[in-house]
Design a protein around this ligand. Structure first.
Ligand code: PMP
Length: 359
């Protein structure tokens, strides 16, 4: 009806069609207010009602206990690379587990502020998620940092590291709300919202109350989680529209039966593609089998020319942004929550036919 194509981009990425329809319905006159959400004061009654409902919906779908705060922060995920050490370093040391470019960047940023122990380094090909016995965790770290899903490499933590009473901090930018997690396992989780949870320009931080301590470190006011929490993310004007869209996506998840139901669909979608990769000597998966992501499926064809032809032909068939990240090459199919199973079936069929034609 809208002449849309399937967008397999890693982020910003495809939104649920129902969410786009809701946005367009509300665009000129939100629920009889006579204005768009974009035009509302963040302190107006209409906007505050949206804001409270967004928080309540996130809390419901993710089953967030009362002793956690939900913060909306501008600056994307990268801002948290700085804000996390600035807020959480107390004794001055943290453990970082490096499984890809984003955890590496986060560790490099944190080194500006404290002593960083690299508890594991997947080195440059990042095909593997470590098991507990591969980690060299410290006893005296203020927190342990992971990237839950490595968007570029297509690896994802299945069993999070055990850190005893040291808070676990996770970058969930590319797998938030794609599977059931227990928030109690984490001290802080965060995400840039432009993949699984809305649009760019918004970071979501979920932090346990006891981590909102004063660590005595001077920090920019907007990176101070205590100030953000005290002011309910409205110390300055928040990204009102992105928060509203996040709320619509959260409602969409709820209407789909919640994260539990989406997880089943996500597993099925990923299996469709991994089954082809595993049963082929034409396609080669990038990640170790036990470390693979259900969100970003990475693989390569026998040579670069075939990779390029694959992307070109897929584009012609209405499936775009399948080119792998520049440092990895090959193909990356990002199949977040909003990617319908029909699209993944279409890609799977395309892969089978392409292999037949070009083997
Ligand atoms: N972490 C992960 C896992 C990501 O995938 C990305 C972006 N692709 C980032 C961090 C950086 O996000 P942002 O561009 O919002 O700063």
């Amino acid at each position: 009806m809208y002449d849309r194509i399937y967008n397999f981009a890693a982020g910003p990425s495809q939104l649920p069609l129902e969410v786009l329809e809701e946005i367009s319905k509300d665009l000129f006159n939100y629920h009889g207010s006579g204005m768009s959400v974009m035009e509302m004061s963040h302190r107006s009654k209409d906007y505050l009602a949206i804001f409270e409902e967004v928080k309540a919906t996130i809390k419901r779908i993710m089953n967030i206990p009362d002793n956690y705060q939900i913060l909306f922060i501008q600056g994307g995920a990268t801002e948290e690379f700085s804000a996390i050490p600035l807020n959480l370093l107390k004794k001055g040391k943290a453990d970082y587990i490096i499984t890809g470019n984003f955890s590496k960047k986060a560790a490099e940023e944190a080194k500006k502020y404290g002593e960083i122990n690299i508890a594991y380094d997947g080195k440059e090909d990042y095909v593997h998620i470590p098991s507990q016995n591969e980690l060299k965790l410290s006893d005296d770290a203020d927190y342990v940092y992971i990237c839950a899903n490595n968007t570029v490499y297509g690896t994802e933590w299945q069993n999070y590291p055990k850190t005893r009473d040291i808070p676990l901090v996770a970058d969930m930018s590319s797998d938030i709300c794609s599977k059931v997690i227990d928030i109690n396992d984490f001290g802080l989780i965060y995400a840039g919202c432009q993949k699984n949870f809305g649009i760019a320009g918004l970071g979501l931080v979920i932090i346990r109350d006891d981590l909102l301590y004063d660590n005595g470190i001077t920090k920019p006011v907007l990176m101070d989680y205590r100030i953000q929490a005290k002011n309910d993310s409205m110390y300055n004007t928040p990204n009102t529209f992105a928060i509203y869209v996040l709320g619509l996506v959260a409602k969409w998840i709820e209407n789909k039966g919640g994260i539990k139901e989406l997880q089943k669909i996500n597993e099925k979608k990923a299996r469709l593609l991994y089954d082809i990769i595993d049963n082929s000597d034409f396609y080669k998966g990038h990640a170790d089998k036990d470390s693979r992501s259900n969100m970003n499926i990475t693989f390569a064809l026998p040579d670069k020319e075939l990779d390029e032809l694959f992307v070109k032909e897929a584009t012609k068939a209405g499936m775009v942004s399948l080119k792998g990240y520049r440092t990895v090459g090959g193909i990356r199919a990002s199949i977040y929550n909003a990617m319908p199973i029909e699209a993944v079936e279409k890609l799977a069929n395309f892969m089978k036919n392409f292999e037949k034609e070009h083997k």
